[in-house]
Design a protein around this ligand. Structure first.
Ligand code: PLP
Length: 396
């Protein structure tokens, strides 16, 4: 008889967004037709930019003619896209070989798959609050999880600690859910720590495109020592509205070795076994994002989300509510007013202002008492939500 993976029994049964959806549905069943202001799930609202759409259309036409048709694509990514991404990094002074860039179908997929590189039962360090998939993917893999709580005193930024032994360290910057960004000095401390202890950092840079402060690093590879301890996982989901189109990339340097094995070579072996590449059409769409035209178009879209953040943070400033994020990130992480617990604040916002946000407790125990707003909605909706937020919080 089949033995199922019993690690699944250790998963928490109620996923954060599932629980939010249930509460939302219950509210709508009781108040049919009510309009809700969605500052919750981090999906984007703007369509793909013109450069991507034109490239996608052209790629479909390519597939329609025998002279330009493409069958299976290389498993690790099309050379044209790997080179375009490497050139994009070079623009920031990070020199990569195209063979160090792997094209993926998104950061989520990659964050789960990459665990194949590490022995089952590895110890993984997860600074919290954290994107819930980090924890769940490691529970499924049977890994040992060490939770590293962060807090308001240090702006929810994690500090390395040489007394904690870990094989794999997750760092997410700009962070989901807190919007906090690791400054260079702190990121350097993590790199030095990983090189000293032999850990590998999984650097989730899904939100790097939101960084506007020039002093903050977009990539861990901007810093010395990262090439011997880090893997960077990126996505076009939030950068370019590819959440429903699906495309990401991972940077895995050829200089990363552990236990006598080269992780880049291992990942090539993994991809050539477990994937048959990403669609030619999507990779052409992705390539367009790295052109000058594509870059200026996505910057204009990101500016719209940034404006949403300004509207929401202005309301929080006026209300005297503490928060982090919202400047170099599309998320605002706020302290629930009046010492409220985060699911209670969720209920207050839903019942009294018809706003849906995300309770901080869903991102780890240290998120209790905090709350996340996402800035990916439409400007008009966000402005209305900010007005309602002001009215409700004034009374708390
Ligand atoms: N990493 C973080 C921190 C995220 O917030 C998300 C999506 O919300 C992802 C990864 C997944 O991105 P993708 O759409 O590329 O799978």
């Amino acid at each position: 008889m089949l033995n199922p993976n019993t690690n699944y029994t250790a998963l928490k049964d109620s996923y954060l967004f599932y629980h939010i959806a249930q509460k939302t549905k219950a509210y709508l069943d009781a108040h049919p037709g009510t309009h809700l202001y969605r500052l919750g799930i981090g999906d984007v609202s703007q369509p793909l930019c013109k450069a991507a759409v034109d490239a996608l259309h052209q790629a479909v036409d390519d597939q329609a003619a025998s002279e330009t048709f493409h069958g299976y694509m290389p498993e690790c990514g099309a050379q044209f896209l790997r080179e375009a991404i490497a050139a994009h990094y070079a623009g920031r002074g990070v020199m990569l070989d195209a063979s160090e860039v792997f094209v993926s179908s998104g950061a989520s997929d990659e964050l789960g798959d990459i665990l194949d590189l590490f022995a089952r039962g590895s110890t993984v360090l997860i600074p919290e609050p954290a994107y819930p998939a980090y924890v769940d993917a490691n529970v499924m893999a049977g890994n040992r999880i060490v939770h590293l709580p962060t807090g308001k005193a240090r702006g929810f930024l994690p500090l390395p600690d040489d007394t904690i032994e870990a094989d794999v360290i997750y760092l997410c910057s700009p962070n989901n859910p807190t919007g906090a960004v690791l400054p260079k000095e702190l990121l350097q401390q993590w790199i030095d720590h990983a090189n000293r202890t032999g850990a590998v950092i999984l650097f989730d840079a899904a939100y790097e495109a939101f960084i506007e402060d020039d002093a903050l690093p977009h990539s861990i590879f901007e810093l010395p020592g990262a090439r011997t301890c880090a893997i960077e996982i990126c996505s076009l989901s939030k950068t370019a509205g590819f959440t429903g189109t699906r495309l990401g990339y991972t940077v895995l340097p050829k200089t990363l070795e552990r236990g006598g094995q080269n992780l880049n070579a291992m990942w090539v072996r993994n991809r050539t076994t477990k994937t048959n590449g990403i669609s030619y059409i999507l990779q052409k769409g992705g390539e367009a994002i790295f052109t000058d035209e594509g870059q200026s178009q996505i910057k204009a879209q990101i500016a719209v989300y940034k404006q949403n953040a300004k509207i929401l943070t202005a309301a929080l400033d006026d209300l005297g509510i503490w928060y982090t994020g919202g400047k170099n990130a599309p998320y605002i992480w706020l302290q629930c007013p009046g010492g409220m617990e985060s699911w209670d604040f969720f209920d207050v916002l839903l019942q009294r202002a018809q706003i849906i946000g995300t309770p901080g407790a869903g991102f780890g125990a240290c998120g209790e008492g905090y709350f996340r707003f996402s800035c990916f909605g439409s400007p008009a909706e966000t402005a209305k939500a900010a007005k309602r937020l002001r009215e409700v919080c004034k009374q708390l």
